[in-house]
Write a protein that binds this ligand. Structure first.
Ligand SMILES: Cc1cc2nc3c(=O)[nH]c(=O)nc-3n(C[C@H](O)[C@H](O)[C@H](O)COP(=O)(O)OP(=O)(O)OC[C@H]3O[C@@H](n4cnc5c(N)ncnc54)[C@H](O)[C@@H]3O)c2cc1C
Length: 477
């Protein structure tokens, strides 16, 4: 079965929704296919924190800012790792996207704008969010999209998964192959296809093939990299997959299932660490109370398996503030000690080390040196400043934590028009891409630059939609 339209948008998440909306509003016939049974994609998971410069909100607060300052500041945090063309395109379009969201009704949280939140702060207050994280954004975009679907301007096919791209003899993309959940095979034809299928952090096979760090993922299960795979099949360039920064830190709720990661709340900004963190050899490897979470993330990234063990004793358990070892439902995980492999409790430090396959003498020595540092109010190894109490009172506790993935690092490369590039660097005719399919590190480097995934996804989706409509209007004129 074949169908024709002006633009096919594959995916109806953060990038796909604006792409379809702006194209349809500009008069294009849009067909949108979405594998899930609902629209929204990662907006259901995302913290929804976005950044923009030169906004109405900043002006009202008297904050002077510009897109170029936003770009330069983002590059500073990313240690120069942002693609300059796409970085400027993202920062240059962020305010317009934010104003669009605000015009649709997005209420910014009253505590915003801020310079930063957990990760490295910007030099200027340009970081904002709604009160319900990503859902706040979905709640304003979805009605606009629904209206266009109801009017017939967008032909939305839910539970319809793109399985491949159709190309002409010259190699131009002319449509997509798809399959419904009921197993019906479909073909859709259009002169433009926009891939907005998100990242690949829910696809362990692809992750292990292209990204040389273990996968402990917390993301949308539809982030299976199917757009990347389809584009790669027709010769698209896939890069930046070997740059990465993990999130600090979490554990696999289902041991052995890389897609079951959940977080501990370990940022010193929220709670000073009472525990010591040791590596697989039982040695401390970082300053646990370092104020920069980027420092901790980078240190954990370099550990074999991105793994560490947080060690404490009964005295700390009784006296330290809650460590935030909660599961997704908010249940305290401490009763899981000695039932979940990541949570172990033992009568001696040496026995505890054995539970994590750590050399016992090393862990005992690390605890001893740390206790000396507590006594002397001086940590010569790492200059830790927060030294609240010794680790000496049994039972001893250990929690294994790993670096977590929320966003996949690499993906398709595009030019300033968001055309997907082939391996030679030339654009593939008819093929566009926006969102996490481009790879997080392209717009954030190997760092977490505030809002530099979600905002570019929405802006680039908007630009693809506007371009499609403009081209049609130009042809008609
Ligand atoms: C826990 C978490 C917190 C985050 N917090 C932030 C934050 O605060 N700030 C920030 O900037 N970024 C954040 N991010 C990242 C950001 O939210 C995402 O990068 C962004 O939402 C991705 O948008 P997207 O449109 O590329 O993908 P998605 O929103 O995932 O949309 C892709 C859509 O494509 C569909 N799809 C996939 N494959 C197919 C197929 N074969 N056929 C048809 N449809 C398909 C999917 O079902 C999905 O609906 C966070 C991510 C996570 C997981």
């Amino acid at each position: 079965m074949k169908q024709h339209c002006d633009l096919i948008v594959v995916g109806a998440g953060s990038a796909g929704l604006p792409a379809a909306i702006f194209a349809a509003q500009g008069g294009a016939r849009v067909l949108q296919i979405e594998a899930d049974s609902r629209v929204g994609g990662t907006l259901y998971w995302s913290s929804g924190q976005i950044s923009a410069a030169g906004t109405r909100q900043q002006a009202a607060l008297g904050i002077e800012d510009s897109a170029e300052e936003h770009y330069q500041d983002a590059q500073r945090i990313a240690h120069g790792g942002i693609d300059p063309v796409l970085g400027r395109l993202a920062t240059g379009n962020a305010a317009e996207t934010l104003h669009w969201l605000m015009d649709l009704g997005l209420q910014l949280a009253p505590e915003t704008p801020v310079a930063g939140m957990v990760h490295e702060p910007y030099a200027t207050r340009r970081y904002v969010w709604g009160s319900e994280q990503g859902i706040s954004i979905l709640k304003v975009i979805e009605p606009a999209h629904r209206e266009l679907v109801a009017s017939g301007a967008i032909d939305l096919r839910l539970q319809t998964r793109m399985t491949g791209l159709l190309t002409s003899k010259s190699g131009a993309v002319i449509g997509v192959r798809a399959e419904t959940t009921a197993g019906q095979a479909l073909e859709f034809h259009a002169p433009r296809v926009a891939l907005t299928t998100g990242g690949y952090a829910a696809n362990p096979e692809l992750w292990n093939e292209v990204t040389p760090w273990p996968l402990h993922s917390h993301c949308n299960p539809y982030s299976r990299g199917e757009g990347i795979i389809a584009a790669r099949e027709i010769g698209a360039m896939v890069d930046h997959t070997d740059r990465f920064l993990c999130t600090f830190a979490g554990f696999l709720t289902e041991p052995g299932n890389p897609l079951s990661a959940w977080f501990f709340s370990l940022a010193p900004a929220y709670r000073a660490p009472w525990e010591i963190y040791v590596d697989g050899q039982g040695k401390r490897f970082l300053r646990e109370d370092h104020p920069s979470i980027h420092y901790s993330e980078s240190a954990l990234l370099n550990q074999p398996g991105m793994r560490m063990v947080m060690v404490f004793d009964e005295g700390i358990r009784q006296n330290a503030p809650e460590m935030g070892v909660l599961n997704k439902q908010g249940r305290d995980l401490r009763p899981d000690f000695n039932t979940h492999p990541a949570f172990q409790k033992a009568d001696s430090i040496e026995e505890l080390a054995g539970r994590f396959d750590i050399p016992p003498a090393n862990l005992a020595a690390a605890a001893q040196r740390y206790n000396d540092a507590v006594d002397n109010r001086n940590d010569p190894e790492f200059n830790r400043l927060f030294l609240p109490r010794r680790i000496e009172k049994p039972p001893f506790y250990g929690i294994e934590a790993v670096g977590v993935t929320v966003i996949s690092p690499g993906g398709l490369n595009v030019n300033q028009h968001l055309q997907v590039l082939g391996k030679s660097g030339a654009p593939i005719s008819g093929l566009y891409a926006a969102g996490e399919i481009l790879g997080f590190t392209r717009l954030s480097g190997a760092a977490f630059v505030g809002g530099m995934s979600l905002m570019p996804a929405m802006s680039f989706g908007r630009l693809i939609g506007q371009q499609a409509a403009a081209q049609l209007q130009a042809r008609a004129a």
